[in-house]
Structure formats: structure tokens, C-alpha cells
Design a binder for this molecule. Structure first.
Ligand code: HEM
Length: 432
């Protein structure tokens, strides 16, 4: 199995692109159907295993194992699971040896949690070795852990500054950001994704318990993937289909070009196979948005609200697989020049190098923050060059969506290359 691209059986995202560079969302339906139809104990084409999740002797359902080892981390090309926790941490390890130990511990916890199995037994008078949220046998449940490093880890604490990824910087505010320092930056980012909420919370508690001597929580954002309504692509809290246009994760050439850091490309040698990971916590002003007529909402995004189709397609059942086309619309009469999708990807020669990122966002709904709801986006994207994201986000400073969103936090990270086998551990190449 190659891990340069997601095999078809693992594909869940895609969409229309003018130059045909993006996957078709139809692949999603094929993947989902394949998964639903797989029998107990089945192994899908990419090595993803379906096992019976057994609780007190009874089969409760299927649990997916997404194998952790490989040249790239999982949770990047992996089709987004239902639930996610993004955990940003500050490292408190005293020195490089303790930092190495931290990465080794993270690796062994990730290996156990993503595989599943019986936690070690302890006597009845001792504290349990596992928090028990998943029952006596830990199920893998499609869990992936994706570990990244922030620019601050490369300060003078651990002697890592000569090894910093070439474009890794701390996130600085864009024009309309209102960044809360308590919700921003971090030495490490751990992205936890799984098929159910109990599995991500189980992993969160497990990881924090085993690493508390060497890192502490800085901020956290939890998200879910809304269902596809009525089909195809999930809707975000603004009611628009979100996630249509993305690179084709089954296409090795595309993921090589747009996602993975390549050897001898200006990045340190250890970084090949990793990728820049951006997380932004973006609050939605739902009340204000509700007052905007649908025709104007469509002109703000540049797509039809009901169907997700480009602006030139008017029928309610128009296909969202149609490609947005701007060549016959230089003045933006059909698709406004300052709408979201046209600024993100203007389809012009001078923006071609900075118009493709791999989006993998989640929707958040946090405790009520009266008088306004706190709904928003854990906006997530991966890209071979951080500068691609920065250029795109800079263009979006001019977008018509600005009054309806406020970015509150997040950060830039470099998702480490994969853990290759049983002997390997996260960040080995960086630390040795
Ligand atoms: C946080 C609020 C955001 C919302 C609600 C949002 C929503 C959407 C929606 C509804 C679409 C059209 C459907 C699709 O192709 O998926 C879209 C497309 C897109 N968005 Fe966003 N987005 C947000 C932030 C961002 C950010 C921060 C970026 C990058 C800096 C971004 C980059 C893109 C790109 C590249 C496309 C596809 C453009 C194309 O090729 O047609 N989005 N977004």
C-alpha cells in the first residue's frame, strides 16, 4: 500500500475545480457505501480494518482500525471522522532528553489507542490503568492522532532552532482577527479524530494523564462534522455546503505537489513527509447572518445555498459537482470578485501557486456565551507551504464574509512525518 495518496476506499472529500485538479465529491459516496457494506473483520483496500467492538461479551458494532505506521501521519489525507479535539500544549520538559521521552510516550499511547485492546490489569486496590470510558476493551473506533510542532518549540530551550521548518512562524493577526492569546499558538498540536465523541475524549484524558510531567494544556477546541444534508457534503453553521473543492487525496501527484514537504526542497531533511498544519478558531456571527437575504448570502460565498452549485446554476437541484468558472465573468457580475470562493481561488495565473490547500475543518458549538451563541469553525488546512495559506488568507481580508466571522485564535504547526514502524517515534528525525 502506498501512503502517498489516500486509497479510494479511504476517500471522503473532493469537489469541483476549474482545471479538473480536484476530486469529485461522488467518491465520498462510494467510500461511505463501501465502509457501510464491509463485513465484520474486513480489511479495506488501504489496510483500514473493521473489527467487532465487543463489550461484555456482546457485539456492539464495528470499530475501524486506521493503521498508524507509515511515512505520513494519519488524520491528514484520512477522510474526516465525525469528532475531533485539537489540543495545543506548552512543553515543560526540562531538557532535550525529557522532550525525547515526551515524544516516545506520545507515540506509545498513540500506538495503543489507535490499535485498541485490553489495558494492563491492576489490582482492585490500585487506581485503574485506563479511564474506562470505552469499556474494558479499548476500541480503536477510527481514531487518528496527528502531532505537530509550533515555532516556539524551536526557541533556545532544546537547541532545535537550526532544525526549524523553513516557513514555520508564530501566527500573527490578519486584518480582521481578534486573537485571544489564551486561545493561540503552542509548542505542540495534537489533533485527535475518531468516529465517536467518547473515543476522542478517552484519548484526550489518556494523553493528558500520561504526559503531564512534560507538557501542559494551552488551549483546546472541539468540533464535529455535521451530517451531509441532503447528500454529499456537510453544511456549516451558515447553512452552506462546505468542503466541495479540495485536492484529490487519491492522486499521488496532487498530494505530492500540494501537501507533503519534499526532500531537498528547502526544508530540513527530517521534515520530508510532514506538512504545515493550520488551525484557526473562527467565531460565526449567526444572528447577523440570519438577517441577510439568501441571494446576498450566495453572493458572499459565490455558491448557491440549497444546492452548493456555482452561481451560474440556478435550479435548486443543480449539481455541486459543476465547476465554478470565471473566464466569462471578469467583472464579477455572476460570481462577485470579493466572494469567498473567488478570493480563495481566483483562477488567475498569478494566484495559481497560492490557491490550493487541503481543507479538513470541523464545526464547533461551545457553551453559551450570552447574549450571543458561540458557534463557529475549527478551520483546519494542510499544505506543503505555509506561505500558500498566508497568501490566501491575506486575499480573504477583502472578502464580503468579513462582517459575519471573527477569528479568535489557533496557530501554525508543522505536522511531523509519519511514525514508520514499531521502533520509530514521533519527531525522531527532528531530535536525532
Ligand atoms: C471560517 C470560515 C469559513 C467558512 C464558513 C468557509 C466556507 C466555505 C464554503 C461554503 C465554501 C464553498 C464550498 C466548497 O468549495 O467547499 C468554501 C470554499 C473554500 N474555502 Fe472556505 N470557509 C471559511 C474559511 C476559509 C479560510 C480561512 C480559507 C483559507 C484561507 C478558506 C479556503 C477555501 C477554499 C480554498 C475554498 C475552495 C475555493 C474554490 O476553489 O472554489 N476558507 N469555504
Amino acid at each position: 500500500m502506498t501512503e502517498e495518496a489516500t486509497p479510494r476506499s479511504e476517500v471522503a472529500i473532493g469537489g469541483g475545480c476549474p482545471m479538473g485538479a480536484f476530486a469529485r465529491r461522488a467518491l465520498l459516496q462510494g467510500a461511505a457505501a463501501g465502509l457501510a457494506g464491509a463485513a465484520g473483520g474486513a480489511v479495506l483496500g488501504d489496510g483500514t480494518e473493521l473489527t467487532d467492538a465487543v463489550g461484555s461479551g456482546q457485539v456492539r458494532g464495528k470499530s475501524r482500525v486506521i493503521p498508524m505506521h507509515g511515512s505520513h501521519q494519519r488524520g491528514i489525507l484520512t477522510p474526516p471522522q465525525q469528532d475531533a479535539i485539537f489540543l495545543s500544549c506548552d512543553v515543560t520538559a526540562a531538557d532535550r532528553a525529557e522532550l525525547t521521552e515526551l515524544f516516545r510516550t506520545l507515540t506509545s499511547r498513540a500506538r495503543f489507542l489507535t490499535t485498541g485492546g485490553r489495558p494492563p490489569g491492576v489490582s482492585a486496590s490500585s487506581a485503574p490503568s485506563d479511564n474506562g470510558i470505552l469499556g474494558p476493551t479499548v476500541v480503536s473506533d477510527g481514531l487518528t492522532l496527528t502531532v505537530g510542532v509550533g515555532a516556539s518549540l524551536f526557541d533556545d530551550r532544546y537547541g532545535l532552532s537550526p532544525r526549524k521548518p523553513a516557513q514555520l512562524v508564530s501566527m500573527t493577526p490578519f486584518l480582521h482577527d481578534d486573537l485571544d492569546p489564551a486561545l493561540s499558538q503552542g509548542d505542540l498540536l495534537i489533533q485527535i479524530c475518531a468516529d465517536h465523541r467518547d473515543t476522542t475524549v478517552h484519548a484526550l484524558i489518556d494523553i493528558l494523564t500520561h504526559t503531564k510531567s512534560a507538557m501542559k494544556l494551552r488551549w483546546r477546541i472541539d468540533g464535529q462534522r455535521n451530517p451531509e444534508r441532503p447528500v454529499g457534503v456537510r453544511r456549516d453553521w451558515f447553512g452552506f455546503k462546505d468542503g466541495i473543492a479540495n485536492p484529490d487525496t487519491t492522486n499521488s501527484a496532487q498530494v505530492k505537489q500540494w501537501v507533503w514537504a519534499q526532500p531537498k526542497s528547502g526544508e530540513p531533511d527530517w521534515a520530508a513527509g510532514g506538512t504545515y498544519h493550520v488551525v484557526r478558531i473562527v467565531h460565526f456571527h449567526i444572528e447577523a447572518w440570519q438577517k441577510v437575504p439568501v441571494a446576498d448570502q450566495e453572493r458572499i460565498f459565490g455558491r448557491r445555498k440549497a444546492s452548493g452549485a456555482p452561481m451560474y446554476a440556478v435550479g435548486e437541484n443543480a449539481s455541486d459537482l459543476l465547476d465554478p468558472i470565471y473566464t466569462n465573468d471578469p467583472q464579477g457580475l455572476i460570481t462577485p470578485l470579493n466572494c469567498h470562493i473567488r478570493l480563495a481561488n481566483p483562477q488567475t495565473p498569478d494566484t495559481a501557486a497560492t490557491s490550493t490547500i487541503l481543507r479538513r475543518s470541523y464545526d464547533y458549538d461551545r457553551s453559551p456565551n450570552l447574549p450571543e451563541l458561540d458557534l463557529g469553525h475549527a478551520f483546519v488546512c494542510f499544505q506543503r507551504e505555509l506561505n500558500t495559506y498566508i497568501a490566501m488568507q491575506t486575499r480573504l481580508e477583502q472578502e464580503a464574509l468579513v462582517p459575519y466571522i471573527t477569528p479568535k485564535g489557533g496557530g501554525y504547526f508543522f505536522a511531523l512525518p509519519g511514525v514508520r514502524d514499531e521502533k520509530d517515534y514521533y519527531a525522531r528525525g527532528l531530535l536525532t
